[in-house]
Ligand binder design. Structure first.
Ligand code: SF4
Length: 436
């Protein structure tokens, strides 16, 4: 039997439309609507709070649903009246306000997960992914609270809106159940996760867990897949996740978009965490977790960037010894406040600086890869091409970093883990042989 939901809809036509939306979404996900309390696995009561009579009727309906069924979610106008409903009925599964079909559906998923029937369900439980089956991106928030002068993301996607912790964890668990071996945690500002929710306490597996970067990372690290962190800013609290990396709970990998190193340019870029002492932070990270791989991206030729600013950036590269680096020539984006800055850098100089930057970093990256020769590492297989196995180590994110290549072991396929010994390296990739 598919899961059954009872609906009690009170109030005006606007409330009725909200109920219709909930019913539509329930039916689309394979739930049945039950006309009887006793057959329902839970009941949604959509309330009205307009006049005293409507309030009384709503309270009565909630009481009736609790007595007849016991598992009740309240939504609608009465739910928006402070703690009136939850004070009176402390054992409700959830209470939301009106026009809250997302929250109602989340509460239903939490207390009555949809059933997946491989013969009738139109989509698999993990949703439809465009990545290969063994890795997946896990978006933990939308939007951004920063105002970097070269970026218009906040005006396109709004302020930071973190997803509730249980929702992120449920999605991660579904992905892993479907065969995903690596979760790539993404957002605009991953380390800010939960700031907008004031780090409110969420629940996961019946335990209270704060909606916060460290706590989320810790929980993800318990799921048994590789967890890779992207778009992390060097805030002081990021230091707290390094012990998780050192303990092997999450991958020792940080993608930190530094963008520049000259204090003047960082100020004009209005970068988050620009005043942090980045070099000493990187040093501390490596003391805690010597295996750490740091990936970053930079912009050269930002308005006003002098030769001295650019030299400061090259010096930063020497001192930071980053593993993987991307570099872009600054290009103005319509609507960005940086467009109003004086002293644009001529295109020819921008391109020249990109080349100098990449040549400079290539030596650093190659030297860091050389140090891996002779070591053993676990790799995740991405593809088999002829007799070559194309894999990645903990130090390589898909699409953007390098690969570990070795000659085939029979029977190996994409999504398998393999243990290899590194034999050689170039600027980007490692060459290996499988070991037992
Ligand atoms: S570049 Fe800056 S403003 Fe744009 S999304 Fe990233 S942190 Fe937010």
């Amino acid at each position: 039997m598919p899961p059954q939901v009872g609906i009690v809809s009170l109030g005006c036509p606007k409330a009725l439309v909200d109920s219709e939306l909930i019913v539509t979404r329930l039916r689309a996900e394979g739930y049945e609507i039950s006309p009887e309390y006793r057959d329902a696995d839970l009941v949604v009561v959509n309330t009205c709070g307009f006049i005293d009579e409507a309030v009384a009727e709503s309270l009565e309906s909630i009481q009736e649903a609790l007595s007849e069924n016991g598992r009740v979610i309240v939504t609608g106008c009465l739910g928006a009246k402070g703690t009136l409903v939850s004070d009176r009925f402390p054992h409700l599964l959830a209470v939301t306000g009106p026009h809250a079909s997302d929250e109602v559906m989340q509460a239903i998923h939490r207390h009555l997960p949809p059933e997946h029937d491989p013969y009738t369900s139109l989509i698999p439980p993990q949703g439809i992914k465009l990545t290969p089956g063994h890795y997946a991106y896990l978006k933990i928030s939308e939007g951004c609270n920063h105002r970097c002068s070269f970026c218009i993301i906040p005006s396109l996607r709004g302020e930071l809106a973190s997803r509730p912790l249980h929702e992120v964890m449920e999605e991660a668990e579904r992905l892993i159940d479907s065969g995903v071996r690596e979760l790539l945690v993404i957002s605009q500002d991953t380390s800010a996760y939960g700031v907008d929710l004031r780090y409110r306490t969420g629940f996961w597996k019946g335990r209270p867990v704060k909606t916060r970067f460290l706590q989320l990372t810790r929980e993800l690290g318990e799921l048994g897949a590789w967890v890779r962190l992207h778009y992390v800013y060097p805030y002081p609290h990021v230091d707290e996740v390094l012990p998780l990396m050192a303990a092997g709970k999450i991958l020792p990998y940080l993608d930190v978009p530094f963008q520049h190193a000259s204090p003047r340019i960082l100020r004009d870029m209005r970068r988050p965490a620009r005043s942090e002492n980045t070099l000493s932070r990187i040093e501390r990270w490596r003391e805690t977790c010597p295996e750490l791989t740091i990936r970053s991206t930079f912009i050269v030729g930002f308005p006003g960037e002098s030769e001295d600013d650019f030299e400061a950036l090259l010096e930063f590269l020497d001192r930071a010894q980053l593993d993987r680096v991307g570099c872009f020539a600054y290009s103005p984006v319509e609507g960005a406040s940086a467009n109003a800055l004086p002293d644009p850098v001529p295109e020819k100089i921008k391109q020249e600086r990109v080349q100098r930057f990449m040549t400079h970093q290539a030596e650093i990256s190659a030297a860091r890869l050389q140090k891996k020769i002779g070591t053993l590492m676990d790799v995740l297989v991405d593809a088999i091409e002829g007799d070559t196995v194309v894999a990645r180590s903990a130090a390589d994110a898909p699409e953007i970093d390098g690969q570990v290549l070795f000659k085939g072991s029979s029977g190996i396929q994409a999504g398998d883990m393999a243990r290899v010994k590194i034999l050689n390296a170039d600027e980007h990739d490692l060459y290996a042989e499988p070991v037992a």
